[in-house]
Design a protein around this ligand. Structure first.
Ligand code: GDP
Ligand code: MG
Length: 166
C-alpha cells in the first residue's frame, strides 16, 4: 500500500499534531495561532508493507475573506483533489461552524475518514456517540476513528483504516 493522505479541518483541531505524531518528527508547526501552517507540508511514513505521504494543510476558514485566507483555502481545495485518502479532523465534543464550512469540499464516499481528535480531553465520554452520529448524518464518511494525536491513542487503528483505502 502506498499513497497520499490529506489532513484537513478547521484551525486548532490538531492537524499538525496528528501529522507530527504519525510521522514521528517535527515536520509541521504546532501552535495555538490559527494561521501557522500556511503551506502544504508533506511528511512520509515508511513501514514494512506501507508508505504514507501525509499532506498537512492550513486550517480552513471562510469567515474572514482576506487574500491570505483565500490563498489558504485554495491550498486546501487543491490538496483534496490530489490525494488518495482525506482525513477530516474534528475535535471531540466541539463541532463548530468552521467544521461545517469544510463539508461541501470533502470528497464523498470511500476516500474520506472522520477523525475525532482530542478524545483525551473529552469530559463526557458518553456524549461521543451522539456527537459522532450528528456528524455522520452530515456527510457520507467511509469510517470514523476517535484518536488522541497528542497522546498517540488509536493511531494504529487510523493507519489501518487508511491502508485499506490505498
Ligand atoms: P492545527 O491548527 O489543526 O494544525 O492544530 P495544532 O496541531 O496546531 O494543535 C492545536 C492545539 O491543540 C495545540 O495546543 C495542540 O497541543 C492541541 N492538541 C492537538 N492534538 C491534541 C490531542 O489529541 N489532545 C489534546 N488535549 N490537545 C491536542
Ligand atoms: Mg496546523
Amino acid at each position: 500500500h502506498c499513497g497520499f493522505v490529506a489532513i484537513v479541518g478547521r484551525p486548532n483541531v490538531g492537524k499538525s499534531t496528528l501529522a507530527n505524531t504519525l510521522i514521528g518528527s517535527k515536520i509541521s508547526i504546532v501552535s495555538r495561532k490559527a494561521q501557522t501552517t500556511r503551506h502544504r507540508i508533506h511528511g512520509v511514513l515508511t513501514r514494512e508493507h506501507e508508505q504514507f505521504v501525509f499532506v498537512d494543510t492550513p486550517g480552513f476558514q471562510t469567515r474572514h475573506g482576506g487574500a491570505m485566507n483565500r490563498m489558504m483555502n485554495r491550498v486546501v481545495t487543491q490538496a483534496l483533489a490530489d490525494v488518495d485518502v482525506v482525513l477530516h479532523v474534528v475535535e471531540a465534543g466541539k463541532w463548530s461552524a468552521g467544521d461545517a464550512q469544510l463539508l461541501p469540499l470533502l470528497p464523498k464516499g470511500d476516500k474520506t475518514l472522520l477523525v475525532v481528535n482530542k478524545v483525551d480531553a473529552l469530559k463526557d465520554k458518553n456524549a461521543m456517540f451522539a456527537y459522532v452520529s450528528k456528524i455522520m448524518a452530515l456527510h457520507p464518511y467511509a469510517a470514523v476513528v476517535p484518536v488522541s494525536a497528542l497522546r498517540g491513542v488509536q493511531l494504529e487503528n487510523l493507519l489501518g483504516e487508511v491502508a485499506k483505502r490505498l
